[in-house]
Ligand binder design. Structure first.
Ligand SMILES: [Zn+2]
Length: 373
C-alpha cells in the first residue's frame, strides 16, 4: 500500500440566508454579471472575439456609462468576462456551439467571485462559524453542514427557481489517496427498475423515498393544470412544485455521490456504457429523461472521482447487444430483445440474469478496448 498526496479541486455547496438588503444586492449582482456577458457578446457580433485582457480593460469605461455597475462586486463582472472567454475558447475548439445570450429566465442564476489577499494581509472572502464574508455583501449567514477544508479559490452565489440562495465554495485540497489498494473491476449496466447492476451481480436500487416525491410531484402537476395560469393559486402551486423538484434533485445527487465514491474507491477499473446507444424504448419519455439525467450526472462524478482515487473509468462507445450476447460463449439470443425477459439460458448451458450478463459483457468489451488481458 502506498500513500500519496494528490491536489484536487472540490466544491462545497451550502444554503445561505441573506437578509433583505443582501438578497437585493445578490439579485443585482446576478443581473449585472448577465448584462456584462451579454454586452460583450453583442460586441463580438460587430468585431470578432478579441480577448479577455482587451475586454476587461474596457470595463472601467462601461462603468462610467452605466453607473449602477459600480454598486456590485467588481470581481464578479470580471469573472463574467472570463466565462465569456471560456465559452469562446470552447467554441473555437470546435466541440461546442457559438455562445448564447444569458437569459433572465434560465434555471441557473448565479455569479462568481474570486478570493484574493490584500497587501494588508486581509482577505475578501472568509469563513467564521456560520458566516461567510463575501465582497460587498459582508457577512452572510449560512448552514455549514460540513467543514470546509482546503484553500478557497472562488465562490459562486446562486438563486434557485424556488427563490432560495446558495453558495458553492470551490477549494484546492490535498487528498491522501491509497494507491493500488483498489483491486476490483466492474461493468456497470444502467437499468430502470434498479439504478444499476454490476457484473458482480450487485443490484443497486434507486433511493426508496425518491419515488414518494416523484408521486407527489405528479399530483401537484395535475393540480396545476386545473388552475388558471397566472392566478395567485397557480403561482403558489408553481413555487411548491419548484420546491419538490429541488428536493428530488438533492436526494438523487446525494445518492449518486455516495455510490460513485464507493465504486471508485473499491475498484481500479469501471466500464460504463454510452447511453445514446442503449434502447430503452418501452419507457415513457419522462422516465427516460429522468434516468438519462441521472446517468449523465453519475458518469461525470465517476470520471472525476476516478481521477482522485486512481480508478480507470472507461466508456464503451460502439456497443453491441450487451443484454442479448452470452458473456460465456458469445452467442446472440435475439429473444432477449424483449425487455420482459429477465433470465435466460444460453445454448452453451450458461444461465443468465439479463442485467448481470450485460454488465459482464461491458467489462469484457472495456478490457478489450483498453488492451487489458
Ligand atoms: Zn453461451
Amino acid at each position: 500500500m502506498i500513500k500519496k498526496f494528490k491536489p484536487i479541486n472540490k466544491a462545497y455547496k451550502f444554503r445561505i440566508y441573506p437578509n433583505q438588503e443582501q438578497q437585493e444586492l445578490i439579485d443585482k449582482t446576478i443581473g449585472c454579471s448577465r448584462f456584462i456577458y451579454n454586452e460583450f457578446l453583442t460586441k463580438t457580433k460587430e468585431e470578432n472575439y478579441q480577448s479577455y485582457t482587451k475586454y476587461s480593460r474596457q470595463l472601467p469605461q462601461l462603468k462610467k456609462e452605466y453607473e449602477w455597475l459600480k454598486e456590485v462586486d467588481s470581481i464578479a463582472l470580471q469573472q463574467s468576462l472570463k466565462d465569456l472567454d471560456r465559452a469562446f475558447k470552447n467554441f473555437f475548439s470546435g466541440k461546442y456551439n457559438y455562445p448564447k445570450f444569458k437569459s433572465k429566465k434560465s434555471a441557473r442564476q448565479s455569479y462568481r467571485t474570486q478570493k484574493f489577499i490584500r497587501s494588508s494581509g486581509s482577505t475578501n472572502i472568509e469563513i467564521k462559524d456560520n458566516y461567510i464574508k463575501l465582497p460587498k455583501l459582508s457577512w452572510v449567514k449560512f448552514v455549514k453542514s460540513k467543514k470546509v477544508k482546503g484553500k478557497i479559490n472562488n465562490v459562486t452565489v446562486s438563486k434557485s427557481r424556488a427563490g432560495k440562495y446558495y453558495i458553492s465554495i470551490n477549494v484546492r485540497q490535498i487528498l491522501k489517496t491509497v494507491v493500488n489498494n483498489n483491486q476490483g473491476e466492474l461493468g456497470l449496466d444502467l437499468g430502470i427498475k434498479d439504478f444499476l447492476t454490476t457484473s458482480n451481480g450487485e443490484h443497486i436500487e434507486n433511493p426508496g423515498h425518491l419515488s414518494k416525491y416523484q408521486d407527489k410531484l405528479a399530483k401537484l402537476q395535475r393540480r396545476l393544470a386545473r388552475k388558471e395560469e397566472g392566478s395567485n393559486n397557480w403561482k403558489k402551486l408553481k413555487k411548491k412544485i419548484a420546491k419538490v423538484h429541488e428536493k428530488i434533485k438533492n436526494i438523487r445527487k446525494d445518492f449518486l455521490h455516495k455510490l460513485s465514491t464507493r465504486l471508485t474507491k473499491e475498484n481500479q477499473l469501471l466500464v460504463i456504457e454510452d447511453l445514446n446507444v442503449k434502447g430503452m424504448l418501452k419507457n415513457s419519455k419522462l422516465a427516460k429523461h429522468i434516468s438519462d439525467c441521472a446517468w449523465n450526472m453519475f458518469t461525470t462524478m465517476l470520471k472525476y472521482k476516478g481521477e482522485w482515487y486512481d480508478c480507470i473509468v472507461h466508456k464503451v462507445d460502439m456497443f453491441f447487444a450487451s443484454s442479448q450476447t452470452c458473456n460465456v460463449c458469445g452467442t446472440k439470443n435475439p429473444k432477449v430483445k424483449d425487455l420482459s425477459v429477465r433470465t435466460w439460458t444460453c445454448s452453451c448451458g450458461a444461465a443468465h440474469n439479463r442485467d448481470i450478463n450485460a454488465g459482464k459483457n461491458l467489462l469484457k468489451q472495456g478490457k478489450l478496448d483498453l488492451g487489458i488481458r
